[in-house]
Design a protein around this ligand. Sequence first.
Ligand code: ADP
Ligand code: ADP
Ligand code: ADP
Length: 213
Amino acid sequence: KRLILIGPPGSGKGTQSPIIKDEFCLCHLATGDMLRAAVAAKTPLGIKAKETMDRGELVSDDLVVGVIDEAMKKPSCQKGFILDGFPRTVVQAQKLDEMLSKQGTKIDKVLNFAIDDVILEERITGRWIHAASGRSYHNKFNPPKVLGIDDVTGEPLMQRKDDTAEVLKSRLEAFHRQTEPVIEYYSKKGLVANLHAEKPPKEVTAEVQKTLS
Ligand code: ADP
Ligand code: ADP
Ligand code: ADP
């Protein structure tokens, strides 16, 4: 399957991704995780993206399209993939369609993590991540077994620099202005499944499984 996860920051895309990935043996491509790794490694790409990400704005379409184009060539992504955080603009969606049609493939489903903005601040400000894997926890809704430590690797957790109430405002503005039109773009193609992303994680998982079965 070739899937897109779309939803505002904190809607639960990263939390559901590993479950979908394991169940359907797909590769998980999260542009936010890739960009953060580039920032941490201070690659030319990371240096270009850092300030924009810190402000909570979207990096340029050419930059992320390049990142995705490269990542989708991996052998593990040939049978299917989950795109998490991409496409976020209509231009990115059009570029993606072009890339896929060249390979004679297309998107099967777009999972829309629908949720009210007011729920997101508490989710975002309580989020802790394992940087290397992108795994996320929440101090209240999904705490790790040991506070500040990743369950799987035992490595320390960190908070993202852009996970503040203030930067969230810009990220939500970018979502409504630039990413909501992408949902419309795929709705017209009849590909969108709406999820109740405000529900507890297990209930969202059940909805995802029902949609994909
Ligand atoms: P979240 O999961 O909280 O929605 P991400 O980790 O996906 O956030 O993205 C973090 C930041 O990385 C974004 O605010 C943006 O600056 C940048 N980014 C990630 N994906 C894209 C994309 N497809 N287009 C433009 N910018 C992106
Ligand atoms: P996204 O990738 O869409 O930005 P995450 O999956 O990282 O969002 O989730 C944001 C925060 O909310 C994390 O701290 C996560 O543990 C928590 N979370 C995820 N899904 C739920 C849910 N259904 N109910 C409550 N908290 C959740
Ligand atoms: P600063 O130097 O401004 O404090 P960093 O360069 O340490 O910021 O980090 C920039 C961004 O990358 C932050 O959002 C941080 O959460 C994230 N980050 C830092 N290290 C990693 C890593 N190893 N993997 C993924 N993201 C990381």
